[in-house]
Design a protein around this ligand. Structure first.
Ligand code: UDX
Ligand code: UDX
Ligand code: ADP
Length: 481
């Protein structure tokens, strides 16, 4: 019986191993983490992450061939394949601060593997890491190995949050990178056999280690670039009377371009896009390629511009002042169907409005109040100017921010409402009721283009959508953009 262990029970490790256990009933899968609360949550009825369909998968295998444990060393010792899925945040201090990946957790995991292992193992990089991390890990493992053989593979995960289970069931591809030696190829085959339980073999791509590591950074950079491209277009659409949805549709029907990932928005968020691009920028710089680095910097700069442009529009439309005005924030997560708030555009938008003395009433179906307060009081790291740290004032947060448990409460007596996450439930709100309970004029700022702007204008709202012509209301109100 093959035994698999995964170090790191987070957004990637948890769902990936749960699906692997479900699809490979004869393989024993242990997910281990140093965080006791996290492991306790995985073993409880309330999983530590919200992901559609995940609870079902976990319930089917937990206690059979899927185990969650804090006994990291025991499970590593017993396993044949060790996945490493620990966090790799952006460094905030020292060399590469603001851009480079912090591999502290990775290194400590590698040293622990070398320390406890008494038999040969395949060590799989699952977390996204800089190119040539495998080389460093190999060195740590082999120099501390007491004669045991380790094969290192890169097997980046491409799942997106909110659709993790679906993505894991039906991945576009599985990517496995390994050494070009006989032992390296044997390790690739062993991992390929695991995935072949449910993924067609022609969709399992095998490459060298460096291509696999770089492909993950490249895929995220390309995806984020599409969003920044369409968001840059949205600004021009607003200025010219073009409609970004129409433009995106017309552009996306070219099969060379394709229709996906062209939704204009208040900006992209999530734990991957910004972090991975910063990482890519740093690697380009370290390799003496400043032009390539600058190219990718623009993707993040446009994203920052889009978030601030949105917040500025809120202030300028409401007669250049939001001081003391209640503004409802609908949605705080970085996308729908997740409670994750890492790098969510809501943080920058809310901070900007708080700085202008607005009173925010925030509602998100999945994000807890403590999380929202923590996010809004956190020091923001200015990636483009890492020194000195830019400390956004946390002062106003406690008095100016209120977190509530439904959209009607959030919007009651508000002057404006901002949709920052595309939760399905926001599409079917009773906007007539919301309008009646708001101050007039009542403004809607749709950062995700999910509300029916025509219908809302009929009700009486002044509607601002991303990349849409500012039509009807311009007639009776001077533009103040
Ligand atoms: C382009 C558009 O494709 C077409 O839709 C538009 O109507 C006119 O402009 P064209 O310039 O004729 O057409 O050729 P295209 O195939 O797009 O190639 C343009 C250049 O890009 C060529 O120099 C080509 O060699 C280069 N190219 C194209 C690449 O370097 N890599 C590629 O993957 C594709
Ligand atoms: C991303 C990649 O999609 C995934 O392959 C990788 O493994 C991890 O990073 P994730 O961050 O979970 O996944 O979500 P994704 O769906 O890519 O969305 C990222 C951000 O882009 C969200 O804030 C989303 O709202 C935004 N987005 C996405 C847009 O603004 N417009 C779009 O058209 C698509
Ligand atoms: P991701 O989104 O990449 O899955 P997360 O932050 O959600 O990242 O998860 C990473 C997990 O890795 C965390 O739960 C953290 O406690 C765990 N972790 C970090 N270092 C170690 C380690 N040395 N041993 C075990 N678990 C670790």
């Amino acid at each position: 019986m093959v035994k698999i262990c995964c170090i790191g029970a987070g957004y990637v490790g948890g769902p990936t191993m749960a699906v692997m256990a479900l699809k490979c009933p004869e393989i024993e899968v242990a997910v281990v983490d140093i965080s006791e609360p996290r492991i306790n949550a995985w073993n409880s009825d309330r999983l530590p992450i919200y992901e559609p369909g995940l609870e079902d998968v976990v319930k089917q295998c937990r206690g059979k061939n899927l185990f969650f444990s804090t006994d990291v060393e025991k499970h590593v010792f017993e396993s044949d394949i060790v996945f490493v899925s620990v966090n790799t945040p952006t460094k905030t201090q020292g060399l590469g601060a603001g851009k480079a990946a912090d591999l502290t957790y990775w290194e400590s995991a590698a040293r622990m593997i070398a320390d406890v292992s008494k038999s040969s193992k395949i060590v799989v990089e699952k977390s996204t890491v800089p190119v040539r991390t495998a080389e460093a890990i190999e060195k740590i493992l082999t120099h501390n190995s007491k004669g045991i053989e380790f094969q290192i593979l890169s097997n980046p995960e491409f799942l997106a949050e909110g659709t993790a289970v679906k993505d894991l069931y039906n991945p576009d591809r599985v990517l496995i990178g390994g050494r070009d030696t006989a032992a390296g190829q044997k390790a690739i085959k062993a991992l390929r056999d695991v995935y072949a339980h449910w993924v067609p073999v022609e969709q399992i791509i095998c490459t060298n280690l460096w291509s696999a590591e770089l492909s993950k950074l490249a895929a995220n950079a390309f995806l984020a670039q599409r969003i920044s491209s369409v968001n840059a277009m949205s600004a021009l659409c607003e200025a010219t009377g073009a409609d970004v949805t129409q433009v995106a549709h017309a552009v996306g029907t070219d099969t060379r371009i394709g229709p996906k990932f062209l939704n204009a928005s208040v900006g992209f968020g999530g734990s991957c896009f910004q972090k991975d691009i910063l990482n890519l920028i740093y690697i380009c710089e370290c390799n003496g390629l400043p032009e390539a680095a600058n190219y990718w910097k623009q993707v993040i700069k446009v994203n920052d511009y889009q978030k601030i442009r949105f917040a500025n529009r809120v202030v300028s439309s409401m007669f250049n002042t939001v001081s003391g005005k209640k503004i409802a924030i609908l949605g705080f997560a970085f996308k729908k169907d997740t409670g994750d708030t890492r790098e969510t555009p809501a943080i920058d938008v809310c901070n900007r409005l708080v700085a202008d003395k607005a009173k925010l009433s925030i509602y998100d179906p999945q994000v807890l109040e403590e999380q929202i307060r923590r996010d809004l009081s956190m020091a923001r790291f200015d990636w483009d100017h890492p020194v000195p740290l830019q400390q956004i004032k946390a002062e106003g947060i406690s008095e100016q921010v209120n977190v509530v448990s439904d959209a009607y409460e959030a919007t009651k007596d508000a002057h404006g409402l901002c949709v920052l996450t595309e939760w399905d439930e926001f599409k079917s709100l009773d906007f007539k009721k919301i309008f009646d309970n708001m101050q007039k004029p009542a403004f809607v700022f749709d950062g995700r283009n999910v509300v029916d702007a025509v219908k809302l204008r009929e009700i009486g709202f002044i509607v601002y959508s991303i990349g849409k012509p500012l039509d009807s209301w311009l007639k009776d109100m001077p533009a103040v953009a």
